[in-house]
Ligand binder design. Structure first.
Ligand code: ADE
Length: 225
């Protein structure tokens, strides 16, 4: 998969993309992530990327020209399955959306900032708008990192143990069962004996029951889906 991210703050991505699973996915060649600074497509001495909104109002708006020039240049070299804009008005990200996007070959992700982006970008160049939750972030960058992580970790081969993504919370509309590790007895708090029984069938049954119980308790709506 190839992911191109358009942002005014490429530096924000350095940490999350250079560690752990996202790093390994890139090193192993499962994903190529390219960051593009929208300012590089801005015109004039000051390389302005934002301007006052027509009709007044608070905040600045990201200008159509640098964003569109950047999108068009990338599209002239690569076909993108989706051109995604991260926005609180978008479709809510969930596991189903992540699963679907993880099957794409090329994704272009646009991060907005300030008061938003000129509407003409959204109506003419964006194919999908995604929100990572019903709250407002300062910009699309953190949302783009969340989205990229959720997509990349489920590309086959990215996780060492292929089954571990399958048993994630949400993959079967169930939350994950509790997990334990050594020591067995921590100050009298013991791990469930069944997990040390060696009986794989009983262990699988226990995990499933725990997942169902936890989902019923915490997120009953998930099971109805
Ligand atoms: N940009 C600002 N808030 C956002 C959100 N909740 N999801 C996606 N992008 C955003």
């Amino acid at each position: 998969m190839r992911v191109d991210i358009l942002t005014l703050f490429p530096e924000m991505f350095e940490g999350p993309f250079s560690l752990s699973i996202l790093k390994r996915a890139q090193t192993k060649g499962h994903v190529e992530i390219h960051l593009h600074n929208i300012r590089d497509w801005a015109a004039g001495k000051h390389k302005n990327v934002d301007d006052y909104p027509f009709g007044g109002g608070a905040g600045m708006v990201m200008m159509v020209e640098p964003v569109v020039k950047c999108i068009e240049e990338l599209q002239s070299k690569t076909f993108y399955n989706e051109v995604i804009y991260l926005s609180p008005d978008g479709e809510l990200l969930n596991q189903k959306v992540a699963n679907q996007l993880s099957t794409c070959q090329n994704l272009l992700i646009l991060c907005g900032h300030y008061k938003g982006i000129d509407e003409r970008i959204r109506t003419n160049f964006i194919t999908r708008e995604i929100s990572i939750g019903d709250y407002v972030l300062s910009g699309g960058e953190l949302a783009a990192m969340v989205l990229t992580d959720a997509i990349v970790r489920i590309i086959p081969g990215v996780l060492n143990d292929e089954t571990s993504a399958l048993s994630d919370s949400y993959q079967d509309n169930l939350l994950s069962p509790p997990v334990y590790t050594r020591p067995y007895d921590f100050r009298g708090l013991k791990a469930p004996d069944i997990l040390l029984s060696g009986n794989d069938k009983e262990i699988a049954k226990w995990k499933y029951e725990q997942a169902v119980e936890r989902t019923r308790e915490r997120r009953p709506g998930l099971m109805e889906e």
